[in-house]
Design a binder for this molecule. Sequence first.
Ligand SMILES: [Zn+2]
Length: 106
Amino acid sequence: MSIASERAKLASLRARTDRQLIVLIRSELERGLYLADTCAASDCPCDGQHRAEVELAYTDALRLLPRIDDLSQAERRRIEAQLSQLQGTLDRLPVSGQSRTRTAGA
Ligand SMILES: [Zn+2]
């Protein structure tokens, strides 16, 4: 195989990996946002489990983002918007051991 076609093959492989990473990041973010919504909307008895999952989705997405070589401006903006949206939801989610229902006398 010629060097040129090797290079083309590598480039298309890399593009495919980039697309897979973008899909992965997006599904992580969407899962996180969905969990955050579910958890914040109801009086959730998860005892911080949703928050832990949302944090994981957030850090995973943040960790994967720099590994994309070729990310369009629009795509980056969209992912960054979802990241900050997800970060904002974290404040509304209950932390482990900290029930939202008030204890007597409080
Ligand atoms: Zn929850």
